[in-house]
Design a protein around this ligand. Structure first.
Ligand code: COA
Length: 445
């Protein structure tokens, strides 16, 4: 059977940076450790005044096509996942194709283009669409370009303001891929929830605390559904578990719950029993409240065990390194977590070929999905080609006043012109408005 999966990935961060403990926390009168330790974030990426979801998507795709020597004829499908779209009809993928046609020979007239929406899980759904299209044999030897792009901005003063971010992840999906093979086994946890929505408005309405609870509940459902098709998950089955990361503190909470789940009825639970007892089971309690209290005590103890700490340090911590520096990229976030994972593996000299990743995606509204991926032989050369560190290093570090200005400049309800903070180079930029209100773009050499 032909393997299908992600052949290559490229990342494009917004060109500006907001230092959360250094610039944001003092302005809000908060302890910097709420950000670095609580939420697990050092900084957020922001788009400069000439950047938006199209420029970031096109720039990530341009880097990917250029590096891989791809031409428009090699691509039969362009899907963009976003929750920051600015048009209810014309998809972002058409703008992206228009940009790429400015710099590559040929065109994308025979590529199927679309836009996917389901909050942050839409990037993974686009990946699925590409996988299914190739597996169905409808690709005519071509691959698919999947791009997750977002400007995750919140209204000023909203609790979500601490977890903003902006950037794009472009992926090329193909047969016999270089990076990871996707498995057909999947688990879903999906329900009609009201935790985060944007009813025709730019900035989200968020019930942040509820969204944390919904993330955990749907993820647990998805894990159980995954186990129903792929068998029980054991901590040793997977080298890493990259999860959707709205902020690393969210993943820290999910990881503890997941670990409790996957060690149940294993020798790990038996080994831990001498120190912290066995996991409470509902049948052992007279009331739900007593069971919940016991569960909370067990989790508090589990968190402090060497076994859990080691598993967390090896399996989860490496998935968070890019996210800590850029904040939430919504649809791109879980794909950043995968990139982060493989980058950390490469830097620590770990051989990953044949190892498996347990990937957990989540979108508010709400749906979680869990699937497995197998790392391919040529993974290291793909990851070596990333220039994430340079991109992060080169971002312009905004003062509080700069941040206020750029936030206003990107606010669709304000008419504010801001001088750019950075000088674009070898990238697409926003170039004003056309006669029907369409956006225009050009490539800057
Ligand atoms: N030192 C260490 N930790 C600190 C701290 C300090 N000085 N001050 C606060 N913290 C911790 C808190 O204990 C909390 O951690 P915990 O949840 O593990 O207990 C964390 O930092 C965040 O603090 P909190 O007071 O809950 O932050 P908040 O009220 O500003 O809201 C969100 C946080 C995530 C709810 C908010 O940013 C949000 O709405 N984000 C958008 C929605 C979202 O991303 N949802 C996720 C699901 S997709």
């Amino acid at each position: 059977m032909t393997a299908v999966g992600i052949d290559a990935v490229e990342i494009w961060t917004g060109n500006l940076k907001l230092d959360l403990p250094g610039t944001f926390a003092p302005e809000k009168g908060e302890d910097p450790e709420k950000y670095t330790k609580g939420l697990g974030l050092n900084a957020s990426s922001f788009p400069d005044s000439y950047e938006d979801i199209v420029t970031m998507a096109a720039n990530a795709a341009y880097r990917l096509m250029d590096r891989k020597g791809l031409e428009p004829d090699d691509i039969g499908r362009i899907d963009v996942a976003t929750e920051s779209a600015f048009d209810n009809s014309k998809p972002v993928s058409t703008y992206v194709a228009g940009c790429l046609e400015q710099v590559f020979e040929g065109d994308f007239h025979h590529a199927n283009k679309g836009e996917r929406k389901f909050a942050c899980i839409a990037g993974t759904q686009s990946l699925d669409d590409a996988y299914n299209w190739i597996k169905a044999g409808r690709n005519r030897g071509r691959g698919a370009l999947v791009i997750a792009t977002d400007t995750a901005l919140y209204a000023r003063g909203d609790a979500g303001e601490a977890t903003q971010g902006a950037g794009a992840v472009a992926m090329y999906i193909d047969e016999e891929p270089n990076l990871v093979e996707l498995s057909a086994d999947q688990g879903y946890g999906s329900a009609d929830e009201t935790d985060f929505l944007k009813p025709n408005q730019q900035f989200p309405s968020v019930d942040g605390k509820r969204s944390v609870q919904v993330y955990l509940a749907r993820m647990r459902e998805a894990l159980e559904d995954y186990e129903s098709v792929a068998g029980a998950v054991h901590p040793d089955d997977f080298a890493y578990a990259p999860f959707h990361t709205p902020f690393p503190g969210m993943v820290r909470r999910a990881a503890l719950l997941a670990y409790r789940h996957v060690i149940r009825n294993t020798s790990i639970e038996d080994d831990l029993a001498a120190d912290i007892g066995r996991q409470p089971r509902p049948e052992g309690f007279d009331s739900d409240e007593a069971y919940r209290d016991a569960l909370r005590d067990y989790m508090d103890s589990l968190k402090e065990t060497d076994q859990y700490r080691e598993w967390y340090a090896e399996t989860i911590e490496p998935t968070l390194s890019i996210s800590r520096e850029v904040g939430n990229w919504y649809t791109g976030s879980v794909h950043l977590a995968r990139a982060s994972t493989l980058k950390e593996a490469l830097e620590s000299g770990k051989e990953m070929a044949g190892s498996r990743l347990l990937v957990g995606s989540y979108g508010s509204g709400a749906q979680a999905e869990i699937h497995a991926e197998t790392v391919r032989d040529s993974w290291a050369e793909e990851i070596e080609a990333l220039n994430v560190d340079e991109q992060l290093e080169e971002r312009y570090d905004m003062s509080w006043e700069d941040y206020e200005e750029i936030h206003d400049a990107h606010n669709h309800e304000m008419d504010v012109d801001v001088e750019e903070f950075t000088t674009p180079e070898q990238e697409f930029v926003f170039d004003g408005w056309g006669r029907m209100g369409e956006r225009k773009y050009r490539f800057v050499e």
